[in-house]
Design a protein around this ligand. Sequence first.
Ligand code: GA4
Length: 333
Amino acid sequence: KPTSTSTSVQYSYSYIRNCKTTTFPIIIPVVDLSKPDAKTLIVNACDEFGFFKVINHGVPMDSISNLESEAVNFFSLPFHQKQQAGPPNPSGYGNKKIGVNGDVGWVEYLHLTNDQNYNSMRLSLAFGHNPHKFCCALSEYMCTVRKMGCEILDLMAEGLNTEQKNVLSKLVMDKESDSVFRLNHYPPCPPEMGLNNNGEDMVGFGEHTDPQIISLLRSNNTSGLQICLKDNKSWISVPPDHNSFFVNVGDCLQVMTNGRFKSVKHRVLANGLKSRLSMIYFCGPPLGKKITPLHSLMKGKQSLYKEFTWFEYKKSAYATRLADNRLRHFERI
Ligand code: GA4
């Protein structure tokens, strides 16, 4: 594997091995949140793909473009200045390294928490002054996107006929909710590095499932995102759409539906020409919340999973590699 000596650290880059793409065209489900059939379409999409696109989402375009331009400014700062934001645990700047167990991608990122004061402190270290504009854009965006996420979760709960409509959204609305936010910047990958000798693409962000309940992704118009189908073999490229949001089912929701919805495996391929900027809000429960299947879905059935709290899941997740199946550890045998 080629290595590079950027910032005096040696990286061993990964290339996409499994490039089997489907021979038949797959249409990614689109849910119009303003239509009465939204709840049914959400449940169908989660059953089929664990993934869907949302239009008429109610997040103002201004709120999106303000944060996008602040993020573009941040990522164009010199490397040493971005590093002043500190390492990404929990809020801070990361470059190429993802997690602490050796995963590497052609990506740099800002990892931010729900705590706006802490985010603001970290960002001011990088800007060397009060990052007022960035912080305002960030908290406005996080607030409106969380609202959209909760609307989606309410529709999902209704579509699943749960006893309480807010059984999922209340976890995200809880002031203790452990939601996180991530800005990923994928710079154009130089042609000599983009493909290896076997013609395999450089990994931007390696394959993984998201740990939380759902993730809400918005990106600029650069391609790269792929999702894996339920056969666990076929990958499909998701055409970018900067006016819409994409929703991923995460591991928590897989457990809360007792395995009915599967968390979607996804990855990002590096792009040789354009940079990709994505902003992802990960809707997470409070740390002490027991993650168990929803009562209304059980009807006397046994849970497929051992009981665990979100804290216990996270503790074990941070010891895994990105591509690992993090729920296996909690499966009942
Ligand atoms: C994947 C989804 C989110 O980006 C993230 C990632 C987290 C991290 O970058 O710190 C993890 C990864 C993600 C799952 C396994 C562990 C933790 C890196 C890693 C190898 C912020 C998250 O919540 O889980």
